[in-house]
Structures are given as C-alpha cells and as structure tokens.
Write a protein that binds this ligand. Sequence first.
Ligand SMILES: *Cc1c(COP(=O)(O)O)cnc(C)c1O
Length: 410
Amino acid sequence: MYDSVKGELAQKLAAIRNEGLYKDERIIVSPQGALIRVNDGAEVLNFCANNYLGLGNDESIRKAAVDAMDKWGYGLSSVRFICGTQAPHKVLERKVAEYLGTEDAILFSSCFDANGAVFEPLLDEDCAIITDSLNHASIIDGVRLCKAKRWVFKHADMRDIEELDPDTGKTAKGLERCLKEAKDARIRMIATDGVFSMDGDIANLKGICDLAEKYNALVMVDDSHATGFVGKTGRGTWEYCGVKGRVDIITTTFGKALGGASGGVIASRKEIVEYMRQKARPYLFSNTVAPAIVGGTTRALDMLSSSTVLRDKLEANTIRFREKMTAAGFDIRPGVHPIVPVMLYDEKLAHVMADELLDEGIYVIGFSFPVVPRGKARIRVQISAAHDFDQIDKAVAAFTVVGRKLGVIK
Ligand SMILES: *Cc1c(COP(=O)(O)O)cnc(C)c1O
C-alpha cells in the first residue's frame, strides 16, 4: 500500500513548496533567550519567541525543575486518577487557581489538550457554542469534538447584525446576533482567545461578559498569550478588561510566559473542574504532567505572584519598541501587547524582509496567507522582558536599515 501513499504525499509536499507555504525549521543550538545561536554559528537577537517574561532559561526555574525531578522522579507512567497524582500536582493546581482568581484548576499536558478537553463534557446536542472566527486551532478542534450546535461570530464583533464581510465575501454575524439565534439552547457558551496571536489584539471581555449576562451564556477564555503579563499584576485579559469573576472558564498554557516548557490548565468554578476530572478525555486517557514541569511552573507562579518586575519590564520594552518603530515610519498594528505586527501587506516582501533582518542579526518571522488573510502579510515581532533597551534599539535600527533598502519606509 505504502507505494501509492508515498507518491501522493510527495505530490502534496511539492504543492506545499510550490505555494511557498513549506515550513522550514531553523535549528537553534543554544537555550531559549534574548540572544540565541542558530546552527550556522551566528548569534542573533530573538524576536519571535513566546518567551514573554524571559523565564525560558531562568536559573531559579531550572533549579526548581531539577529539584522536583530529584525529589519526585522523572516520570509517573500513569494518568492522574490511577497513580499519577503527587502532592506537587495538587499544589500547582491550587496556585494556578489562586493566580487566576478561580475556585479550582485542573492540569493538562498542554493547552491544546485543555481546549480539546473543555467543551465535550459540558455541551451536548441541545447546547450552543459561539466562537470568535479567529480563535486558536485548539479551540476550533475542541469545538469539533463536542456535539453542540456551533455559531461563529465575526472577529471581535459584538453587534446584533448579519452582513457581508468584504474580506471573505461571505455573510458574517456579530456575537449578539448569534446569542439571539441560540436562545433555545440548553447551555450557551461563548469561547474566545484572550489575545489573538496574529494581531496581538485583546478580546473585548467587557462586551462579551455583558452580552453573556444579557443572554444567559457561559464565557470561556483561552489566555495563553496573556497569563503572566497582561493586566496590572499579570493575571491576564480578565484583569486587563476588569471582568474579575465574570469569566467562567479560563484555559491557558505553561508553554509561553510561565517558563515555556509545556503544560496547560483549565481554571474554573469548582463543579466544572470536578466534572472535568471525571469526564475530560485528555485528562483521563493521557499521562500526568511530569514532576519537573510541575516544579518549574510552580516556581514561575511564585515569582509572578510576589512581584510584577518582569511584566513591568516587558511593558516598558513593548512601549519603547512600538513608539520607536512608529516614529521610524513603520505601519504597526496599534495596541499594548508585546506581539507587534509590522504590516507589509506583500507576501514576498514579508519573507524577504525577515531573511534580511536575520542577516542583520535580528530573528523574526514573516507571516503570510493562510496564517493571516491574503494581502495582510506582516512580520510579527514578539518583545520579551529578556530584552534590554539596547537590544530593542538594535532591532529598530535593523528594521530601519532593511526597511529603507526594501522601500518599506522612506
Ligand atoms: C499556544 C496556544 C495554545 C497551545 O498551547 P500549548 O500548551 O502549547 O498546547 C492554545 N491556545 C492558544 C490561544 C495559544 O496561543
């Protein structure tokens, strides 16, 4: 059989290459950080990691992970409910819940798993899920796994409206219209990313929670690009938007700001978490989180609970980069998030510019269709607390040199 499959895959792979969509993986030969070494030996400044707080190679987190491994072992070879729950798993769940302001929390191997887990137990055929059109792939897949009827609302559109979307050529509905249409469902749930990763825009949680109250719906927020640094004390988009206690379910990752290793969580109301422990399939049928990850993440949360120094530094770096790039003449998506999209609109230009920036020692990635809409190509810069002002300024200088050369700025 494989001969025919092989031929088919070769064709598909060639097609991916021809469309310019083939994803090459650059090999890094150093730990994650502001300065990394790529495999041709060059040291480059890294502006494309989710290492928002610079904790990816933090010494105290490394030590906490090693200590946890020494004390609790390398692995448990068990799911949680058989013999995979150690004392530190419970400690971490309590700390995550405290940090996120929820009653309880349940760990997963990843946020992808948490999102794959969260919908199916709660929502049956007679329920409704109402989801933002730009939600992360893991929310989309999680929704696919549940039997609820699905409504997709136009990204960030709160209105009671249905109209032609010029970007897609299809009709699109606002959130309030979807909620009205879903009025007969037994349970309605609105699901949204807290921060949308291509634009760095923050969900309108105030508007969403208001509508959820008006139309009696649950609210689920995936705060993977927010936990640890968005909001005054870094708790996430609910803090930033001032909706404490009004979000029913928060999912998030440990694989970004919180040390960046892996792991995810559903933080929610007591009964929802308790029910997930009984029913969530990626929890019941997948191995427990390794002790080293639990130890490292617990340490990260302890650091972030006691001080805002890192998120404050990230904020200062972000403001500096956004202001200097704007002053240099670049078209930056406005906002406050350390995801800074430098809009170029031209697909080829985005990739050429990223390559030239790498030659200047700045590692960034060009994004084009289908990751972003056609004609909206960009370089997505991600700022970190690991950067210092000098490195931020170097990046702006390199952008300016390359931008002038390629005619992006004057
Ligand atoms: C990164 C990300 C995930 C996946 O998290 P993992 O823990 O790496 O699986 C899920 N949702 C959103 C919004 C993300 O940005």
